[in-house]
Design a protein around this ligand. Structure first.
Ligand code: 5AD
Ligand code: FES
Length: 345
């Protein structure tokens, strides 16, 4: 197993059989070796800096109906909300004071926010905070829409591919959605010049090691600037309410693998990881991650953006999360930095 890990570090890729061997019940010793190599590679690019992104969940309306997601349109119990441009700008102003230099606007696929509204919001943020990066995470749009957002000043775009196995994709999503379109969106975003993030849930229903290998090979092909992975966690008002959550161990192991595949990648230690284990986010950093994305949404809407059950930090003010994360990160020997945290070439 050690030789496979060394091979992955050296060549940044393995073939399917080798990945399969790596994924088949690694021992603690194997995992710790992987994490050690992943930290070494990360330190050689980013040192001990951890970047922070302020997440603004600005709408929980969604036209899609993904079977795993708590804000799917069929969840009639979801209490829907939308933030105004002014509310979003207030979140950014507060975030700026707290040291955030990247704002991530995330929402469901909400047609209320047409291109005019999104470009307006992006332009206003860039005008108020010219030294900040704006990241959009608002789903599948046309090439023209992506271009309009980019021309308005958006720097980055997060669109998890969710699974790179088309059969698996169709088990997680209704017919209206396809892996093909998802991939097309990601390649369009890259072509337009965005820093692009893809990603997937670990342990999502029906996921096999074959699916995970498809994910890893797709990530290698896309060569994104960011990769968002976190454990699948059930939401009680979805068709997958009784499915098991993904594990901490597998998520950490995959963070380590992705770091070795893409040494320069920006890799968040996600809120979902912090939700399944009290030290999940610290463990993520120690496995190769180098980004945290605390919530900047107003506290009165936090509980409404429930993608999965028991999400952490839904009652905490942004300032509290900022301080909490800082001490967590310093405790493990890293530094939370005030920086846009751009991709290093
Ligand atoms: N558990 C974990 N992650 C989820 N997401 C959506 N629903 C869940 C869930 N139940 C993730 C998806 C999406 C991102 C914003 O949140 O991967 O892309
Ligand atoms: Fe939110 Fe710790 S990060 S309370």
């Amino acid at each position: 197993m050690k030789t496979l890990i060394d091979k992955l570090e050296r060549y940044r890729i393995l073939d399917r059989e080798e990945f399969l061997e790596l994924l088949e019940c690694p021992s603690d010793e194997d995992a710790n070796y992987l994490f050690e190599r992943a930290r070494f590679v990360k330190h050689s690019v980013y040192g001990h800096d951890v970047y922070m992104r302020g997440l603004i969940e600005f709408t929980n309306y969604c036209k899609n109906d993904c079977y795993y997601c708590g804000i799917r349109k069929s969840n009639l119990k979801a209490d829907r909300y939308r933030l105004t441009r002014e509310q979003i700008l207030e979140c950014c102003a507060m975030g700026y004071e707290l040291g955030f230099r990247t704002f991530v606007l995330q929402g469901g696929e909400d047609m209320h926010y047409n291109d005019k509204k999104i470009t307006d919001i992006v332009r206003s943020i860039k005008k108020n905070h010219p030294d900040c990066a704006v990241t959009l995470s608002i789903g599948e749009k046309s090439y023209e829409s992506y271009k309009a957002y980019f021309d308005a000043g958006a720097d980055r775009y997060l669109l998890r591919h969710e699974t790179a196995n088309s059969e698996h994709y169709s088990k997680l999503h209704p017919k209206a959605m396809s892996l093909k379109n998802r991939k097309e969106c990601l390649f369009n975003l890259k072509e337009l010049g965005y820093e692009v993030g893809c990603g997937f849930m670990v342990g999502s229903p029906c996921q096999t090691n074959e699916c995970i290998i498809d994910d890893l090979l797709f990530i290698k092909e896309l060569d994104p600037h960011m990769v968002g992975i976190g454990p699948y966690i059930p939401h009680n008002e979805t068709p997958f309410a009784d499915k098991k959550a993904g594990t901490l161990e597998l998520t950490l192991f995959l963070l380590g693998i992705i770091r070795l595949m893409l040494p320069n990648v920006l890799l968040p230690s996600t809120t979902a990881l912090g939700t399944i284990h009290p030290e999940g986010r610290e463990r993520g950093i120690l496995s190769g991650a180098n980004v945290v994305m605390p919530n900047l949404s107003p506290v009165d809407v936090r509980k409404k953006y429930m993608l999965y059950d028991n999400k952490i930090c839904t009652g905490d003010e942004a300032a509290e999360c900022r301080m909490c994360l800082q001490s967590r990160i310093e405790n493990i020997g890293y530094k939370l930095v005030v920086s846009r945290g751009d991709y290093k070439i």
